[in-house]
Write a protein that binds this ligand. Structure first.
Ligand SMILES: [Zn+2]
Ligand SMILES: [Zn+2]
Length: 344
């Protein structure tokens, strides 16, 4: 039997984190996060007493399996569940370890303000635990209703919350203000210039009419890249190669024209780390490399454990021979912010 000195809250969070990075079903993971939130404010003695008396399940959000985990943790035991998860907890991908160690942050993540599964505080906490210096929170823009995109008013409120979170963070980590803004059919961005100007980093992505005719799609993407608010071109082809959402072919556009615009404007081409996206495809990644583009290795995390998916992007960038100096997420925070504000 292994001893456990994590305590119940950390044990529950660790289980959730490891399940997420292995892409287990969100609904099952949420039970562990919910249980952690339930016991977090309780005095440790109360939790121990309930564990001993078997009354943990009387608390809201705690069922038999999470109660068993808490009881084990109170007894200094590593739950079976965690033992099994830790056994497979190594790097998610091979070959990118050196580059992964150089990455300082992540420019693309979602919270439950749009279609993510966790509060932004939880995303920030996990990013800190992963050793990031910064995380850009990039919830969706208003037109993406299926993803509960943020109106200008809701985004304004979110920015106040981000300020409040940062006030509580002592030390080197910063939660940065951002957006994953929809690229509209004509290439305009789906948020007011005023709001976009209040953000630190802006990822622009196509989420609609992915099958648009090639020339129109090229014009649309080039216009978005030329927009001085755009810093990162998110998952440029929109393809899905695997996963429970099924597969989807890549959008058709003149990649040379789009990446040339990125190189000229200093817009980073995102290497989207999600295994179901692997976007851009290798041929396009190499083209962007040869055209002199900057890159951003992003997780596009919709849950805290998915922040660790940078392993996949680092492996792909390494395989494509991309110079770490051209990857903006290897830069220090202040250099990153200077770059992101340079065209405004
Ligand atoms: Zn997206
Ligand atoms: Zn996203």
């Amino acid at each position: 039997m292994t001893t456990n000195d994590l305590g119940p809250v950390a044990t529950l969070r660790r289980i959730a984190f490891l399940m997420e990075r292995q892409r287990e079903e969100t609904r099952r993971i949420e039970a562990f996060r919910k249980a952690a939130r339930t016991i977090l404010p309780l005095p440790e003695e109360d939790v121990r007493r309930r564990a001993a008396a078997g009354t943990l399940t009387e608390l809201p959000g705690i069922g038999p399996s999470t109660a068993a985990v808490i009881t084990d943790a109170c007894n200094g035991v590593v739950p079976e569940r965690l033992v099994a998860l830790e056994r497979t907890a190594g790097p998610l991908a091979q070959g990118g370890e050196e580059l992964r160690a150089l990455l300082r942050g992540d420019l693309h993540s979602h919270s439950d303000w749009s279609d993510g599964g966790s509060p932004l505080e939880e995303m920030a906490m996990t990013a800190m635990e992963l050793g990031h210096d910064y995380l850009v929170l990039t919830d969706h823009s208003p037109r993406l209703r299926v993803a509960n995109g943020l109106s200008a008013e809701r985004l304004g409120r979110q920015l106040d919350v981000v300020d409040a979170v940062n006030d509580h963070l002592e030390g080197s980590f910063t939660l940065l203000k951002g957006i994953e803004v929809d690229i509209l059919d004509d290439g305009a961005l789906d948020q007011s210039p005023e709001m976009l100007g209040r953000l630190d980093v802006r990822v622009a992505s196509v989420h609609s009419k992915l099958k648009m005719e090639r020339d129109a799609m090229t014009r649309r993407m080039v216009a978005a890249v030329r927009n001085p608010h755009t810093n990162v071109l998110g998952h440029c082809t929109g393809r899905l190669v695997t996963g429970n959402r099924g597969t989807r072919p890549q959008s058709q556009f003149d990649a040379r024209a789009v990446f040339t615009a990125c190189a000229e404007e200093g817009v980073a081409v995102e290497i989207n780390s999600r295994p179901e996206r692997r976007d851009p495809p290798t041929v396009l990644l190499e083209l962007a490399r040869d055209l002199g583009c900057l890159f951003s290795i992003d997780s596009d995390a919709h849950a805290p454990g998915q922040l660790d998916m940078l392993d996949f992007g680092a492996a792909r960038a390494t395989e494509a021979g991309i110079d770490p100096e051209r990857i903006v997420t290897t830069w220090e925070r202040d250099r990153l912010l200077e770059w992101a504000g340079a065209r405004l």
